[in-house]
Design a binder for this molecule. Structure first.
Ligand SMILES: [Zn+2]
Length: 463
């Protein structure tokens, strides 16, 4: 009951005016002295930027700060800090995680908002739920958010999913999505086209398909069906995201024209044939590496546990046996070394083939790899596998913003929404410094991270 009251308070109508997100900060503020990572690869070592009405109005060297001030702005000194754009995550499963339970029963607008707030707390300005969100509820949340009726949080994006009857998501997610009747089950090209047309009529810009047969345990989407989906979607200027995790499936779906691969090839080194197809098609690519890693909460780093119930952290740490699709702090699995070998081979080869790398984490599936922290894990993995921190930040900001069609996010540049993260250390020197968050700004307003943390810590101790 206490939990319900808290949630009610968080989304209650009385808080609307106080928390209006669409409004943006009206006052003009000049932020000066920070190293500015623009998000397009460029850096201003000592910067000044003016924020007005929730937007970046001007950006330049620190020497320009006085010129920006002449508009009657106030000034905030960020000397010693680094500023980067808020991140954009293109692959999460929002709504089901409850941290003390997981499932369809948790999927309420209040819980979706909670997850969006967790993303924002950790520096994520927009996040996309892929194939697992109920359409009507999601459209309503988007409308409420756009109208400024919700407290500050990451912007919410979603896409419907399509699969053969009894196919689709992994065993855990499938139970939850079935209860909410979320997956569009299609057997024929005609059914597939009709489903895409319904989505297009609602103005939905992307769709996910599950092509995987999960090692022969699921019915597989046929080429006839996914070819029809891709064709119909492209007619309506929609993008198609594919869950295809085997080497033959990735070749087939990219060749057939899917726009986004939401996973990497699992269990195989990629080959020259796939490289050639990627070079020609240049799909977007979300890696989802961290989901297969030992959870961050297995270490004593407060970054991973500060927003989680202590009982949850303790139970993950106490779990030593390997459990499919669930967190464990036991010894590495027998195939861990082989997995690293494949990652070290495939990741740079995929990048060299010209895929457009975008941040995607699959967070929301299990509590050991969760909203907000999962993004930082993914960035560190990319850099460990050879990507430069500069390119990792581009792939976490401007490239995914372009994929989602978010014109006013992804860089800290004139005209963009003032959505950025202030860091205490430079992630270009060490990518782990993205975790040293001093503050997060959304639409020019400083996010009240302390209040969010207090809410989560209070909830975690409530009976
Ligand atoms: Zn997923």
């Amino acid at each position: 009951m206490k939990k319900l009251l808290l949630i009610a308070a968080a989304v209650g109508l009385t808080s609307v005016a106080l928390f209006s997100q669409a409004r943006g900060a009206a006052q003009a503020v000049v932020y000066s002295g920070a190293r500015l990572i623009v998000g397009d690869g460029s850096v201003v070592e000592s910067s000044a930027f003016l924020v007005e009405n929730g937007r970046i109005a001007s950006v330049g060297a620190k020497q320009r700060a006085d010129a920006f001030m002449s508009r009657g702005a106030t000034r905030v000194d960020l000397t010693g800090k680094t500023v980067m754009p808020a991140m954009v995550n293109v692959h999460v499963h929002i709504g089901y995680e409850g941290y003390t339970s997981w499932g369809a029963e948790n999927h309420t607008p209040a819980n979706v908002l909670d997850h969006l707030q967790r993303e924002a707390f950790y520096g994520v300005g927009a996040t996309q739920s892929v194939g697992s969100s109920p359409v009507e509820q999601s459209l309503q949340i988007q409308k409420d958010q756009q109208a400024g009726r919700l407290p500050p949080a990451a912007r919410f994006f979603f896409m419907p999913g399509m699969a053969p009857p009894d196919g689709g998501p992994d065993a855990v997610l499938r139970v939850a999505t079935s209860k909410l009747h979320v997956i569009n089950e299609v057997s024929t090209p005609e059914e597939a086209r009709a489903a895409v047309q319904r989505m297009a009529a609602l103005g939905i810009p992307q769709v996910k398909i599950w092509v995987d047969d999960r090692r022969g345990t699921y019915p597989k989407m046929t080429p006839e069906v996914y070819t029809a989906i891709i064709d119909e979607a492209h007619k309506h200027r929609m993008l198609v995201n594919a869950h295809a995790t085997t080497l033959p499936d990735q070749k087939a779906v990219v060749r057939a024209g899917v726009d986004v691969l939401v996973h990497m090839v699992q269990g195989d080194m990629i080959d020259e044939e796939l490289v050639a197809i990627l070079k020609e098609k240049r799909p977007y690519w979300a890696t989802v590496i961290g989901l297969g890693d030992r959870p961050g909460v297995c270490t004593s780093d407060p970054f991973f546990e500060e927003a989680l119930p202590p009982s949850l952290v303790a139970s993950i740490r106490a779990t030593k046996e390997a459990r499919p699709l669930a967190p464990s702090c036991g010894p590495p699995s027998p195939n861990a070394a082989r997995r690293e070998e494949i990652l070290a081979y495939n990741f740079p080869k995929m990048i060299a083939a010209g895929v457009r790398l975008v941040l995607g984490t699959d967070t929301g599936i299990q509590p050991g790899h969760t909203f907000g922290t999962g993004e930082h894990v993914e960035l560190a993995r990319w850099v460990q596998l050879g990507l430069s921190p500069r390119d990792a930040i581009i792939a976490a900001t401007s490239t995914p913003a372009a994929l989602l069609g978010i014109n006013d996010m992804g860089t800290v540049a004139p005209g963009k929404s003032a959505d950025y993260v202030v860091l205490d250390a430079n992630p270009l020197e060490d990518i782990h410094n993205t975790r040293k968050i001093s503050s997060v700004y959304l639409r020019g307003e400083k996010l009240d991270r302390a209040a969010l943390l207090a809410k989560w810590q209070h909830r975690s101790t409530a009976p």
